[in-house]
Design a protein around this ligand. Structure first.
Ligand code: SAM
Length: 440
């Protein structure tokens, strides 16, 4: 009888949110989390193929599961997430019991329940099995992407854009808050496009207004953004709504207009510059992160230099940098030569990382001596950790039970990737973060 499960997740936060929902559902049906794949009756892989490295890890996991299944034939293997574009799936992995293709994510649960025959074996009892959720939770608000960036596989794996109605999202957030969640991260591949397919149309800023009114919720973040659609209303929502954090993830991908054109990004560097000027002008103390691809087909040394100059000028808090990897079926993979050698891609990646380390060191140094509001998310190496509204990771020591609370932390030392601090002896825990951000 199927009684334990293991979920393995890589890739975007949407996969993380989907696997969290699936865990809750399976627990409601009486299954329990296994210690690992080796003692699970069912293993679900939430996979990602956005980069070659991620896809390689999925294949690695599948090979390991194939070996396990040879000795434990009752083991059920399910693959969900971005998988449908891997050619020859069924021939390569005939032992996989269920491939839950993207666009059907919301039905993975139902399909699993059928596969495992759970509705027969277990009585549904939601009261018995509510898992204590995390303090910060991802909530998928919009699936798919209608853009056609030449390197990106997402439109073919996740399909066209679909938004969840605001009432459904508000209801999910209210339920999360009732179970202890303090922060929600609204997830989409292209979050500003939220609501444009709904009738009547809804703007992301309107959804933010509705969520800002949810009692007990402290913080709202959203990602990932697309620079072409980031409107004035959204800038205003970040500036004005107390619960919306001053934290924006705005992928630019390259600092060179010719590369951006070959990527079909639909904007030039100067548009991006104007947008972040507007954001920084309106929102003091903004945390800004971006994504960069190095070694895009035809990227010359001079074009790469433009990216370095742009990073030096724009000064992001965090830069997620990836080496270009051709994704099957994309315009770049089919019509452009992957002509930047791997070693050169790696060199460019390291150059971006070391520049960013200098920038982040300088940005974080400005936090020294400041008192910041930290939402405490957990414990690492015997110390509490949490995040500021601007998404800075903060570590501090305290014997008090602070998980899930907002704490004033005085920053005593800064590193490029995190801050360290102390809490005052007479600890005061702010009731709400609506005081907006940090104090000097
Ligand atoms: N909203 C985002 C945007 O405007 O681009 C989309 C996020 S995308 C799904 C996640 C990141 O993966 C991208 O920002 C990009 O940097 C990276 N990525 C996507 N395709 C890639 C590829 N073929 N090679 C390397 N990195 C890739």
């Amino acid at each position: 009888m199927t009684s334990t499960f293991h979920i393995w997740t890589i890739g975007c936060q949407m996969n993380v949110a989907d696997s969290r929902r699936l865990t809750e559902s399976l627990e409601k049906y009486g299954l329990t989390v296994a210690n690992g794949p080796h003692d699970a009756d069912v293993v679900v892989l939430y996979s990602c193929v956005v980069r070659q490295q991620a896809e390689d890890r999925v294949h690695g996991q599948l090979h390991a599961l194939q070996t396990m299944k040879a000795t434990r034939p009752h083991l059920k293997v399910v693959v969900a997430g971005c998988v449908s574009d891997i050619p020859d799936w069924h021939r390569r992995y005939p032992f996989v019991d269920l491939i839950a293709e993207p666009g059907q994510d919301l039905t993975v649960r139902d399909r699993l329940i059928d596969l495992l025959d759970l509705s027969e074996r277990y009585r549904f009892d939601p009261e018995q099995a509510i898992r204590l959720p995390g303090i910060s939770e991802g909530v998928t608000i919009h699936q798919g992407c209608n853009r056609s960036c030449t390197y990106c596989i997402v439109p073919s794996t996740r399909g066209g854009e679909r938004s969840r109605p605001p009432a459904v999202i508000v209801d999910e957030v209210q339920r999360l808050v009732e179970r202890g969640t303090r922060e929600v991260v609204l997830l989409s591949q292209i979050v500003e496009r939220y609501g444009r397919d709904l009738r009547p149309r809804v703007l992301l800023s309107e959804l933010l207004h509705q969520l800002d009114a949810v009692d007990g919720l402290e913080r709202i973040r959203f990602l990932t953004s697309y620079p072409g659609d980031f409107g004035r209303d959204l800038v205003d929502a970040i500036a004005e709504l107390p619960k919306v954090c001053e934290d924006v993830n705005l992928p630019i991908q390259s600092g060179d207009d010719d590369v951006l054109r070959r990527m079909k990004r639909g904007y030039v560097v100067d548009h991006y510059r104007q947008l972040i000027d507007k954001l920084r002008g309106r929102v003091t103390d903004l945390g800004l992160s971006t994504d960069i691809i190095v070694g895009f087909p035809g990227e010359t040394a001079a074009e790469f230099e433009s990216t370095l100059r742009m990073l030096d000028e724009f000064r992001f808090d965090v830069v997620h940098v990836a080496m270009y990897s051709p994704r099957p079926g994309t315009v770049a993979a089919t019509t452009m030569r992957d002509d930047v050698p791997r070693e050169e891609k790696r060199r460019r990646l390291h150059e971006v990382e070391s520049l960013q380390k200098r920038v982040a060191t300088a940005i974080n140094a400005r936090y020294l001596g400041r008192t910041v509001d930290v939402l405490v998310e957990g414990v690492a190496k015997g110390r509490w950790y949490g995040r500021t509204r601007t998404n800075k990771l903060v570590h501090f020591a305290s014997d008090l039970p602070l998980g899930g609370t907002l704490v004033n932390v005085e920053i005593t030392s800064t590193e490029p990737w995190f801050l360290e601090g102390t809490v005052p002896l007479a600890l005061t825990v702010p009731k709400s973060s609506s005081g907006r951000g940090t104090r000097r």
